[in-house]
Design a protein around this ligand. Structure first.
Ligand code: GLU
Length: 306
């Protein structure tokens, strides 16, 4: 098999158990199917932190996750992202948007539009109107939005089954010049030869937008590209695991005497791949891994001592 899976962390803080569990699953899906496994640092947001990315990669290595080749740094791929936007623009699929977040919230929404969808305020401006709108927000620059030709789309997910999702005129590039996540992820996955995307199920609602972009750009799309959105890890209060839940990173846990090997063992047990307390190596888990047996419910982390 020649395809690839990947893990694509944003270097906005240390990886916590939820991130590590998702990374482990992405690695297992790829390795168990004979795919390469690739790493991409998603540092497009201004909160870039090279030190943080290095620590994340170190933590992944500590629990036994490896990857092929050097990690790809998303911020170095600006020319490719720009070229993709240019191709969409050449097809008449891009327009300038001068709306602020407040404009969008206060605009009347179109009938039947899903909550939070872009109301289309800037969609059908003529040249003159567009120039005036642009001048009225100077020195701020307009964002670029996709003129989405579809309002919804369905796809098959290896874990969630058939998923239907809404699409609106998503942002491709923000006014400050930052390329949007949805565009970058699609362009980069294709360039890296990724044909299997495994990530947290909080991202499932973004997938229809990404599939639309794949289609419009002529990039690999389902069924040639497979998706598995995996359950999240919850904190003791039932909300998504976060720093406030106490010791949730490898560094925190090490201070409590819980080493990386034990963390891997607990993650593996949570996935039904090890008996509680059993020491395992990631290579062993490949043989035990069966996507059909992944628990479909979130895993609740109630602390290092429980
Ligand atoms: N960078 C995203 C995150 O850390 C993941 C993107 C993806 O896997 O598509 O949440």
């Amino acid at each position: 098999m020649s395809g690839a899976g990947r893990y694509a962390p944003s270097p906005s803080g240390e990886l916590h158990l939820g991130n590590l569990r998702t990374a482990l699953l992405a690695w297992l899906f790829a390795r168990a199917s004979g795919r390469r496994f690739l790493m991409r640092v998603e540092d497009l947001d201004r909160a870039r932190d090279a030190g943080c990315a290095a620590r994340q990669l170190e933590d992944l290595t500590r629990i036994g996750i490896d990857w092929d080749g050097a990690p790809v740094t998303q911020s170095a791929r600006g020319p490719e992202h720009g070229a993709a936007i240019d191709r969409l623009a050449a097809a008449g699929l891009v327009y300038e948007c001068t709306c602020t977040r407040r404009d969008i919230l206060s605009a009347p929404s179109a009938p039947h539009a899903p909550p939070g969808a872009y109301p289309g305020t800037c969609r059908d401006r003529g040249d003159e109107e567009r120039r005036a709108a642009r001048a009225s927000i100077a020195p701020r620059e307009p964002a670029l939005r996709l003129r989405a030709p579809l309002a919804e789309l369905e796809f098959d997910d290896l874990l969630l089954g058939r998923v239907r999702g809404d699409i609106d005129d998503l942002v491709l590039r923000r006014g400050d010049g930052t390329v949007a996540y949805n565009l970058a992820v699609v362009v980069d996955d294709a360039a890296m030869g990724v044909d299997q995307v495994v990530r947290g199920d909080d991202l499932a609602p973004s997938t229809p937008r990404q599939i639309l972009l794949q289609r419009l750009l002529g990039l690999p799309t389902p069924p040639a590209l497979e998706y598995a959105h995996v359950p999240l890890v919850l904190g003791p209060g039932g909300a998504r695991l976060a720093k406030r839940d106490g010791a949730v990173t490898l560094a925190d846990l090490r201070e409590l005497g819980v080493g990386a090997g034990e963390v891997l063992s607990r993650l593996a047990a949570s996935l039904g791949l090890a008996r509680p307390g059993e020491r395992v190596a990631t290579a062993q888990l490949i043989r035990r891994f069966d996507p059909a047996l992944i628990p479909r419910e979130p895993w609740v982390w109630s602390g290092a001592t429980s």
